[in-house]
Design a protein around this ligand. Structure first.
Ligand SMILES: Nc1ncnc2c1ncn2[C@@H]1O[C@H](COP(=O)(O)OP(=O)(O)OP(=O)(O)O)[C@@H](O)[C@H]1O
Ligand SMILES: O=P(O)(O)OC[C@@]1(O)O[C@H](CO)[C@@H](O)[C@@H]1O
Length: 315
């Protein structure tokens, strides 16, 4: 079983407009509501592929109840931790052609007791030795920026591999503290982490190796339309395919991470699956997640030890 932790979940509402006119009244052609938040999306993808999972999340207010209800309707096992604040709603505006504009609420502020309650539930589940723990997304107000350092400490205590997908200071703190099995930044998040621009494959590999040297086993860097790079201590791989016209890119990174975690195989096989899952996700509306029949492994090419001089834009 794969345990996921989403500290700041959301109800994801997506509206499709032909062309977004800022400062005008826009009329939507279609709308969707999905249970959201990065760890929850990972659980949703895993479930769609028959991989047992359990999603831990704080939930509060009417939207929190609706989120839990939606997870139930989709058959995604969840352990909500009741909080007093209202779970947030995040809005996505998708234009014809795929341009996506997202507005995320900060979410409710959690009290110290509520943060402790979330960590307690995670620890109880880790004690049952799941195959892995995935924690992803932003932190709610009230949680310390060292929250993921604490989570990594718990995972280490119970010997459970820990994959992290977050950004900003919480990512920096967790990476510096170490004890991570996998980190999944996109190229911008990795650039922010190392404090310099990443232009070539070599730049990304070098940045990822800094992360590895600080105590992470491997780094999976998603590159949007340019695929993804997997960097381990000694080797690196790139995988990608022909660019797609996205219907919604929301959650593509979460599908990528779920694809990587969803099964075994060589590093190259897992990277191919990760990229195929990400590609499938961008062809779906809102935060819809791909099922097995939507995954096209043959459309993905894997290159072992890609040329460090290649510009990311040319991949
Ligand atoms: N335009 C595109 N064409 C083909 N594949 C795409 C495109 N955009 C995204 N992908 C696929 O989705 C994966 C994840 O995309 P991206 O790097 O944008 O994730 P992310 O920034 O973590 O996204 P999010 O945080 O919204 O989940 C890519 O590695 C790639 O496989
Ligand atoms: O605000 P965060 O926690 O960084 O990201 C939240 C979010 O944008 O991430 C998911 C897509 O990856 C969405 O389901 C959700 O709305």
């Amino acid at each position: 079983m794969i345990l996921t932790l989403t500290p700041n979940p959301s109800l994801d509402r997506a509206l499709q407009v032909d062309r977004l006119a800022v400062g005008e009244v826009n009329r939507a052609d279609a709308s969707w509501v999905h249970p959201g938040g990065k760890g929850i999306n990972v659980s949703r993808v895993l479930m769609a592929h028959g991989v047992p999972t359990l999603a831990v999340l704080p939930a509060g207010g009417a939207d929190g109840a609706r989120l839990v209800e939606l997870l139930g309707e989709q058959g995604v096992p969840a352990l909500p931790v009741a909080v007093a604040g209202d779970t947030r709603t995040n809005l996505t505006l998708v234009e014809a052609g795929g341009t996506t504009t997202k507005v995320n609420e900060p979410g409710p502020a959690l009290t110290d007791d509520e943060v402790d309650a979330v960590l307690r539930v995670v620890e109880e589940q880790l004690a049952l030795r799941p195959a892995a723990l995935v924690s992803a997304g932003s932190l709610p107000l009230g949680a310390s920026e060292c929250f993921f350092v604490q989570v990594a400490g718990l995972a280490t205590r119970y010997g459970v591999p820990f994959a992290l997908d977050t950004s900003g200071l919480p990512l920096t703190r967790a990476v510096r503290s170490g004890g991570l099995t996998l980190v999944k930044p996109n190229d911008e998040e990795l650039a922010e982490l190392v404090g310099r621009e990443l232009v070539t494959v070599g730049d990304v590999v070098e940045a990822a190796r800094e992360v590895i040297d600080a105590g992470t086993r491997a780094v999976l860097v998603s590159l949007g339309a340019h695929g993804a790079l997997l960097v381990a201590e000694q080797h690196s791989w790139w995988a990608g395919g022909a660019p797609l016209v996205p219907l919604s890119t929301v959650g593509a990174g979460d599908s990528t991470l779920a694809g990587f975690i969803a099964g075994d195989g060589s590093a190259a096989d897992r990277l191919r699956r990760a990229v195929a899952f990400g590609r499938a996700a961008v062809l779906l509306p809102g935060t819809a997640v791909p099922g097995p029949h939507q995954i096209d492994l043959d459309a993905v090419r894997v290159v072992e030890e890609p040329d460090h001089r290649t510009a990311l834009k040319e991949l």
